[in-house]
Each structure stands twice: as structure tokens, then as C-alpha cells.
Design a protein around this ligand. Structure first.
Ligand code: I6G
Length: 670
């Protein structure tokens, strides 16, 4: 029996250690299968010897019965809130107040991202998790002990020996963006209600009466401070306390940094703001805390917030407004996209008056109606979207939205392909909306690069019947262009020059410019490199296309469909007759030093734009794509690289920082 007890203790320590490697250090030592084996071994011994089961055993995370309601827990020390700063001035004022009160010139702060989750308190007695509570009203929270036990990154037992006998740890329980997407996808599949955002999903999951439900939710914790401490010593600086917590197996945020003065705080804010979209979790600001605990004590508290900490919030990304209308836009490929015309509202410092509603399924799922009050969200550079309807504010008598059964522009039929959410106008280039978009794409910088031929000009030319297809561009007369709104003789001349210049192009650009569905720049480059001429592409069979690298059945089908239309073949001939030409031959690259190598560019480069870098790499025979996969040869990273860098690291893809990239580029170009 003694041996069995020892074996059980051993297994628990090993599992605890591997949990620590995985969740805290983010550096697992053993494969998942080996971890599962250890856990199964422990489970099997505990099954034979139930008397050896203890509440802190890693097998006991889930098991408690559903509750009728949560019990209450009175916090031994109140769980305070934080004051907010909304701009640099308020951060400066915060720093000045502290310097003045302490009579110091410079203050050291610990800065960390403010995660958008739910604040919790974890109480460890002799290193064992005894109790977990929500913040509640700051004085009394809900007893969520059984639910907290199911969160894998919350240790049931601390590592080491030097922790205080009683230790309260505070932190944020949150859901990653990916976990949230997956949870909502599952909900969608089952027809359940989806969560509006990761914060609600985390709060809803942690406040489930049945711990078995919580256990299925992808929750994580980041610890950020301590509460009550008895019988034990803690370091004298906040940053060192966090380091200690980490040693004991508690997860802290990897972005935490100690900075100096208000200037250091602002710099940190800028760095995190730039990283924000690439972080795997949502944050709504950063928190600065005076690092010295002695200084914190001297500062004390005001009302319910410490004077030694502040949350520097990012501008709100979500606001409420009213949908004044729902319009349908027809895109280049005929896709009908419903767009909400909004009562203009400031979101994160930008006026938003339009938001995408994606497609018919999304509108139905959210039940968005004209006249509804809605939450709009703007994140990073992406198009603002309608997140949800505030149903409590819905006026009586609003009609459900119906997707049109005809193209709103050309009145042709619309169709929905099997398995697709998108409804499309079937008229192709006969539809003026698709024609406009096709011409804009043809003229765009990465395609034929016709400088000065902007969207508004193309709209007018199509509306006035001046151009019916892309080839008509090359027979435009100066007077015709000059007669357009906001155009004159000089600008018309410039456009004619730009049109003339665009006639000399490359096969890859030309293929891309045609706007064949699913044929982006990288695919166009492959087709040009591999097939070498327009003639070969025009006559390529599906089998021949499928032989080419990275061309799958969907792309192949679209290419075949494009060339089977007489209209498309005629336009190409017309363009060639107008003088559009390129050098034919198996590769458009000037050299093949990098043939077979695939690059991804991410972040901001200082020596050149990403487009320039792309052109130079392509000239060396490399392929440049937008997403990282195991097949990527190199990821070139500039400043503020986000998720692509993270993915490259995870997949073990070679990373080239700008300096190294420039060195190699000049070597390859020699
Ligand atoms: O609500 C909070 C979020 C994050 C906090 C907090 C925090 O530190 C990163 N820190 C304190 C001291 C408090 N609330 C009261």
C-alpha cells in the first residue's frame, strides 16, 4: 500500500509538472499522448483505491454535481476596481499625482494588457486550491470553486514549497478568440444561441451551475495580483510577486513589462495597441501599477480603487446605433452583400456609417431588421460589422429582412450555390455592378496599375455607357474623359498616358487583372511561370491545371469556366489588339535563384514597402503568398508583426528579420 501511495504521489507530481510546462511556460516537454497516459494510469489506480483520492488530484477537476444556485463568498480583502484613463493626459496626471505624493522624480511601473474576461479570486491553503470566487460587487462574490477547478490552467495544487500558508491570487478568466469562434461554431451547428463576444462567453461559461458544462468551455486564466497573504513572505515589488506566482505554477500574461515613468507607460501602450489584433485574446486597454509595494502602500486607496494603478483604455470598438436602411451591394464576382446604412456613430475615434451584414444566413441568424438598434464593431482595419441587435429597443412592426430574388442592379436572376452562404447575380459582366468592379480590379495597382483611374471615374464611365468591358478602356478619347465630373484636359491626358504605360505588362499581372474567380496574385504568378503563355492557359485542360503546384479543383474549375465564355476570350483578343503585351516564356522572373521558395511578408519594413519587397522576390523566382503554412520557406518580419509571426514560430518556419532579409536579398540579387 505504501508503494501504491508513493506511485500515486509520483504521478500527481509529474502531471502537475507537465501542466506547468504546458500552461504556464507554454513549453511542453512531452507529447499530449504521453500526458494522457500518465493521467489514465493515475485514474486506474484511483479506481482500484478510491481511499487515495484527494480533492487536489488532477483526476478530480470535473466531478462535482450541478448546483441549484451559487453560494456567496465574502472576500477577505475587497476586490477593488481600477480607475480609467482615456488619453495620454490622464496617464500623465496619474503619474504626476504619484510623483508629487511620493516626492520622487521617476516612478517604476509594471505594465500589462487588460484582458477582457471575468475577475476571479483563488484561495490556496497550504498550496491547495480551496475556493474560487467571482468579484461580484467587490465585497461578496459567487462561489465558483467547482467551475474554476475545471479550468486546466488553474492549478489545483501549487508547485514548490515557499508559498505562504494562505495565499489569495487574483486574475482574469478569459476565452481566446479562437476558443470563442469554435464555441460559437459548435453552438451554430446545434442551433443554440451564440455568445456576442469572448467576454460574455467566458462569464457565461464560468457561471454555469453544472461544472461539466464549464469543463467543455475553452477557458484560461491570467493572474495579475494577490489578495490576502498569511504565514509567508512575498517580494517587495509587484513584478517580482508575479514572477513568484509563475514559479508556483500560476499563469501570468507573457506581455508584462516593467517601464519607467509616464513616457515608458505611453510607449508600452503604443506597442500593445499595435500588437492588439494579433494577440490571441481580446484586450480593452493596458494597466499600469506602481512596482514598489512600499510605494503602493504609501499611495493607498480612494473610494474603491487603488491610487497606485490605472487602466489606460483603448478607444471603444463597439457602439450602439440605428440601422436606417439595408442595401445590397453587388461585388466583382456577383456576390450580393447586404450592407447596413447606419445613423453615423463614432467607433474607436472613426465615424462609421456603413457596416457589413455579410450574407443572408448571417442576417437571419442575428435577425437584423431595418429600424433596429444594433451594436456595431470596428476592429483594426477590417470593415465594421453589426454584432447584434438590441432587441429590447426594437420598435413594433419592423419587417424581417428578405434577400432579393433578383439582382438589384441588373434585375437578372440570382442563385445560391450548394453549400455556399453567398447569393450571386448570374449575369456576369453583363451586370453593370460586376462590370464596374471588374474594371476597377483590372486598373488596380497590383493588376494593370492604371494610375488616376479611380473608382468614381469608372462608375461614371460605366453609367454613361462609355465602357462596356475592360478593353474599351484603351479606345477612350481625351474629350470623353475630360467630360467626366471633376476631370479636365490635363487629367484626361494623364489618364491616357497611364493607359498607354499599362500596355506593357507581365503575363502574371495580366492574368491577375482578368479577375478570374479564386485567381489571386500568387495563383496568377504560378500560372504564368508554369504555362508561360496566354495561349497555353487558354487551352489548358482541367487535368493539366491540376498538375500545377497549388492549383486545386475549385480554382481549376473557375479557370476553365472563364475561358469557356466566348465574351472573355474576345476581350483578351481585343486587349491584345489594343496593344496590351507582355513577354512570353516559361517564367516572368528575371532569375530563378529563389525558384521553388515561398515567402510570406508580415509587419512593416523600414527600407521598402511590402509590395516592393514582393516584386523583388518575385523577380528572383520566389512565390510570395499571404498565409503561413508548413510549406512556407521564409517569413519576413518587419515591426509589429502579429499572428503570422506567431504561426511561423509554431510551425518552425524560418524567420528573417528585416536586417537579415536585406542582407540576403542583396546577395540573391548579385
Ligand atoms: O480588473 C483588473 C484587471 C487587471 C484589475 C487589475 C488588473 O491588473 C492587470 N489590477 C487590479 C489591482 C485591480 N483590478 C483592482
Amino acid at each position: 500500500m505504501k508503494n501504491i501511495r508513493k506511485n500515486v504521489d509520483d504521478l500527481r507530481s509529474q502531471i502537475g509538472y507537465h501542466n506547468y510546462r504546458y500552461y504556464v511556460l507554454d513549453d511542453p516537454e512531452i507529447p499530449d499522448a504521453e500526458y494522457d497516459r500518465l493521467l489514465r494510469e493515475l485514474q486506474s489506480i484511483e479506481k482500484e483505491h478510491p481511499e487515495l483520492i484527494t480533492p487536489d488530484s488532477p483526476t478530480q477537476r470535473v466531478g462535482a454535481l450541478p448546483l441549484k444556485e451559487f453560494g456567496e463568498i465574502k472576500h477577505k480583502l475587497p476586490m477593488l476596481s481600477l480607475d480609467n484613463a482615456f488619453d495620454e493626459q490622464e496617464v500623465s496626471d496619474f503619474d504626476r499625482r504619484i510623483r508629487e505624493k511620493l516626492g520622487l522624480d521617476k516612478i517604476e511601473y509594471t505594465a500589462e494588457p487588460k484582458l477582457d474576461g471575468l475577475a476571479v479570486s483563488l484561495l490556496y491553503e497550504n498550496g491547495i486550491l480551496m475556493r474560487a470566487a467571482t468579484r461580484g460587487d467587490g465585497m461578496t462574490g459567487e462561489d465558483i470553486t467547482q467551475n474554476a477547478r475545471t479550468v486546466p490552467s488553474i492549478p489545483l495544487r501549487l508547485i514548490g514549497k515557499d508559498f505562504p500558508k494562505l495565499l489569495e491570487v487574483r486574475g482574469e478568466v478569459y476565452m481566446t478568440k479562437k476558443g470563442f469562434e469554435q464555441l460559437n461554431e459548435r453552438a451554430r451547428e446545434k442551433g443554440d444561441k451564440e455568445f456576442a463576444n469572448p467576454r460574455n462567453a467566458a462569464a457565461g461559461s464560468l457561471r454555469q451551475l453544472d461544472p461539466k458544462v464549464t469543463a467543455t468551455r475553452p477557458l484560461e486564466i491570467a493572474c495579475y495580483s494577490i489578495g490576502i497573504v498569511e504565514d509567508g513572505k512575498m517580494p517587495a515589488r509587484h513584478s517580482l510577486i508575479l514572477k513568484k506566482l509563475r514559479e508556483w505554477g500560476l499563469r501570468i500574461n507573457p506581455e508584462i513589462k516593467t517601464v519607467s515613468g509616464a513616457k515608458g507607460c505611453m510607449e508600452y501602450y503604443q506597442v500593445i495597441a499595435k500588437k492588439r489584433d494579433g494577440l490571441p485574446y481580446e484586450i480593452d486597454g493596458v494597466v499600469y501599477k506602481v512596482d514598489s509595494i512600499e510605494q503602493q502602500n504609501e499611495m493607498g486607496f480612494v473610494a474603491r480603487a487603488p491610487r497606485w494603478a490605472i487602466a489606460h483604455k483603448f478607444p471603444a470598438q463597439e457602439e450602439m446605433t440605428v440601422i436606417e436602411d439595408i442595401e445590397i451591394q453587388v461585388g466583382r464576382t456577383g456576390a450580393l452583400t447586404p450592407v447596413a446604412r447606419l445613423r453615423p456613430v463614432q467607433v474607436g475615434g472613426v465615424t462609421v456609417s456603413n457596416a457589413t451584414l455579410h450574407n443572408e444566413d448571417e442576417i437571419k441568424r442575428k435577425d437584423v431588421r431595418k429600424g433596429d438598434t444594433v451594436i456595431v464593431r470596428r476592429a483594426g482595419d477590417v470593415i465594421p460589422e453589426v454584432v447584434s441587435v438590441v432587441t429590447a429597443k426594437r420598435p413594433k412592426g419592423l419587417h424581417k429582412f428578405e434577400m432579393p430574388t433578383q439582382c438589384p442592379v441588373c434585375k437578372s436572376e440570382v442563385e445560391k450555390e450548394e453549400g455556399e452562404a453567398v447569393v450571386r447575380c448570374v449575369a456576369g459582366l453583363y451586370c453593370p455592378a460586376q462590370r464596374k468592379e471588374a474594371i476597377k480590379h483590372f486598373a488596380s495597382r497590383r493588376a494593370m496599375d492604371i494610375e488616376g483611374l479611380g473608382d468614381k471615374l469608372v462608375d461614371q464611365m460605366v453609367e454613361q455607357g462609355l465602357i462596356k468591358d475592360i478593353a474599351d478602356l484603351y479606345s477612350l478619347k481625351k474629350e470623353q474623359i475630360a467630360a467626366m465630373e471633376r476631370m479636365g484636359e490635363k487629367s484626361a491626358e494623364n489618364i491616357l498616358k497611364a493607359l498607354d504605360k499599362s500596355k506593357q505588362t507581365t503575363l502574371a499581372r495580366f492574368i491577375y487583372a482578368l479577375g478570374i474567380r479564386e485567381v489571386g496574385e500568387a495563383t496568377a504568378q504560378t500560372l504564368a511561370d508554369e504555362l508561360g503563355s496566354m495561349e497555353t492557359l487558354r487551352h489548358a485542360t482541367e487535368e493539366a491545371l491540376l498538375e500545377l503546384p497549388d492549383i486545386g479543383p475549385i480554382v481549376a474549375t473557375h479557370i476553365i469556366a472563364f475561358f469557356s465564355e466566348k465574351h472573355n476570350r474576345d476581350v483578351i483578343t481585343k486587349l491584345q489588339k489594343a496593344g496590351v503585351h507582355w513577354e512570353e516564356g516559361k517564367t516572368t522572373a528575371e532569375s530563378d535563384v529563389l525558384k521553388g521558395q515561398t515567402f510570406v511578408l508580415t509587419g512593416t519594413l523600414s527600407a521598402m514597402t511590402r509590395d516592393e519587397a514582393k516584386d523583388r522576390l518575385q523577380a528572383l523566382g520566389a512565390k510570395v503568398t499571404g498565409s503561413v503554412s508548413a510549406k512556407t520557406s521564409y517569413v519576413v518580419v518587419g515591426t509589429d508583426a502579429g499572428s503570422k509571426l506567431a504561426k511561423a514560430t509554431k510551425l518552425g518556419v524560418s524567420i528573417l528579420e528585416e536586417n537579415e532579409f536585406l542582407k540576403r536579398l542583396s546577395h540573391w540579387e548579385k
